[in-house]
Design a protein around this ligand. Structure first.
Ligand code: SAT
Ligand code: MN
Length: 596
């Protein structure tokens, strides 16, 4: 090890690993990120000089930048994402698997000399609030300044993480190299047994910002199984009722299904006047632990939002729009003639005469041949800038979860809202969640697929064991949260959404809140306990009773067909499917056969 490296940090094992990575990648220029504002400024300045970032309008969007990805590198790549557990069976049927040794043999040549003549950034980061007993440290080594800058927004990065690490603390290792971004040489590989991530050939969010899906979900889910907690793809929100009491919800929805919008929901005027209010704790990931009081407590391990831009507007999500006015990195959005970011849905029509699209082509604003912003274009913004951020966002102990929400995009069958009969039934609803695919991942869009707990792309071990872990957590939580299922995306025969969504979604939360208190009615159906139309607060809601009725309807016949499809889904898990879930399926069949 070069002398200069022996004292790179106060942590011996970290120093050794930094030296190994430097040797493998061939760099002689190592930079340890401290997470300061000055550092972020000099990183972004350098990237502007190098053409990696473009500054946006400094008056209206101070300290904001545009990054254009390689057009072949704009989403997560599930096909090229691997769980490299020693035993193939532990990755399970929903993950791609390679053996740890074969993976290293395959990837080592891709890392070898990958950073010759480049700076190697060492990015220490903390997942979780400072001082939280649930926070964990990761270190990402990367040749991408875009990744280093983004990690500074998305995590508590730099000195604060080294302090948490001390001289011999444990950390999750992540090595990332950009290379030539050729999709054929792109690999996102996880070694859960070694708490190690190797990512090569992509600079896109979930593939390259290793704290997010790679650590906080795939590696952390395996740690959570071993240690008796849960790492979930969940938003966290705080609902304040007219009495001033706060109820905390954790909600699992697949990527690009409105988690950010729900977490930042603005309560419609009529309900705000009654005293209802929503605040944001997290929009993507939750780590949940059983507290000393017997409840489930959640932290948001992240410090920023990596949100989908298209569809975000002052109408749909004013809090997100306010959050991204400064200190934000936009990726693959369009820019206006006044050098401001723009995407489909921000305004009804594109402003001005010309826009520069996400590929850098200047096109007339009237050109409708292709979207100006990439459909999975993103903003990376500090959570602290969100007007609706909850004071509990930084609470070391997290927030107590009263209810878990599950949901996806379903054009049919699944009602607006339903309550699970009990924990095990809720686990069943999570295990069979289905959603239409979105632009967040490469591949066909709009195809219905089962996405259990919205973790299909993110569970770091066998999904059957993951279901068993959920079932066992129910026994470990003396006061478990209630579990609800929602579907904002049901459509009528003409393909129109039955429910207005966005801020109006609070009406479903209000029913849940009343249900938790024992104040709200429900009908038992094949799917769960579903509110009658009369149990939904419709003050100020412009929706006919017929449409609300249709949004809430449960057809026993449809659930008989659904049960057949669930049977096929369950067959994937073989003998690792917990028997309890088979029982739940039989109960669903029984209820639909009896016509409820
Ligand atoms: O790219 S990310 O995985 O971080 C975002 C998402 O798909 O949810
Ligand atoms: Mn996500």
């Amino acid at each position: 090890m070069p002398d200069s490296l022996t004292a790179f940090t106060d942590h011996h094992a970290l120093n050794r690993w930094i030296a190994e990575c430097a040797e493998l990648t061939g760099t002689t220029d190592i930079y340890l990120c401290d997470g300061s504002a000055e550092e972020a400024e000099s990183l972004s300045k350098k990237m502007v000089t190098d053409g990696i970032l473009e500054p946006l309008n400094a008056e209206t969007f101070p300290n904001c930048f545009l990054h254009r990805s390689d057009p072949r590198d704009v989403a997560r790549v599930e096909d090229r994402t691997f769980i490299c557990s020693p035993d193939e069976g532990d990755a399970g049927p929903t993950n791609h698997w390679m053996s740890p040794d074969a993976t290293k043999a395959l990837l080592r040549p891709l890392f070898a000399s990958s950073m010759v003549g480049k700076t190697m950034y060492v990015v220490p980061y903390l997942m979780g609030p400072v001082g939280s007993p649930f926070a964990k440290v990761g270190v990402e080594i990367t040749d991408s300044p875009y990744v280093a800058l983004s990690m500074g927004i998305m995590t508590r990065m730099g000195r604060v993480a080294l302090d948490a690490l001390g001289t011999n603390g444990e950390f999750v290792l992540g090595l990332h190299a950009t290379n030539d971004l050729d999709p054929a040489n792109r690999y996102i590989c996880h070694f859960p047994a070694e708490r190690l991530i190797w990512s090569v050939g992509s600079n896109y969010g979930g593939n390259a910002l290793l704290g997010k899906k790679c650590f906080a979900l795939r590696i952390a889910s395996a740690m959570a199984r071993d240690e008796g907690w849960m790492a979930e793809h969940m938003l966290l929100l705080e609902l304040t009722d007219p009495e001033g009491e706060k109820t905390y919800f954790a909600g699992a929805f697949p990527s690009a299904c409105g988690k950010t919008n729900l977490a930042m929901l603005v309560v419609p005027d009529a309900l705000a006047a009654q005293g209802w209010r929503v605040r944001t704790v997290g929009d993507d990931i939750a780590w949940l632990h059983v507290g000393a009081d017997g409840r489930l407590w959640a932290i948001n391990p992240e410090a920023g939002f990596f949100g989908v831009a298209p569809g975000t507007s002052p109408k749909t999500n004013p809090n997100a729009v306010a959050t991204v006015q400064s200190n934000t990195v936009f990726t693959n959005v369009a820019v206006t003639e006044t050098n401001e970011p723009w995407w489909e849905g921000l305004t009804d029509t594109p402003p001005g005469e010309f826009l520069t699209d996400w590929r850098g082509n200047v096109r007339p604003a009237s050109d409708t041949s292709a979207p100006f912003a990439q459909p999975n274009s993103r903003f990376t913004a500090p959570a602290s800038q969100c007007p609706s951020i909850s004071p509990e966002f930084d609470a070391p102990g997290g927030v107590p979860i009263a209810a878990i929400l599950l949901g996806g995009r379903r054009r049919d069958t699944v009602p607006l809202v339903a309550e699970a009969f009990d924990w095990n039934h809720g686990v069943f609803l999570g295990a069979v969640m289905a959603s239409e695919t979105t632009a967040a991942a490469e591949g066909a869009k709009g195809v219905l697929r089962r996405d259990p707990f919205a973790m299909l792309p993110f569970c770091g071990y066998h999904m059957g064991d993951y279901f068993a872990h959920w079932l066992s957590m129910g026994k470990r939580i003396p006061t478990p949260p209630a579990i609800f299922h929602v579907n904002w995306f049901r459509r009528d025969a003409d393909g129109k959404f039955l429910w207005p969504g966005f801020g109006e979604n609070v009406r479903a939360l209000i029913w849940m809140r009343e249900r938790l208190r024992g104040n709200a009615g429900a009908n038992t159906t094949a799917f769960g306990n579903v509110p009658p139309v009369s149990a939904i607060n419709t003050d100020g809601l412009n929706l006919t009773a017929e449409r609300l009725e249709a949004a809430l309807a449960v057809s026993p016949g449809e659930f008989a067909a659904e049960a057949d499809s669930i049977e096929t889904h369950f067959a994937r898990f073989g003998d690792r499917l917990p028997p309890e879930l088979r029982k739940q399926l039989a109960a669903l069949r029984g209820r639909s056969a009896s016509g409820v």
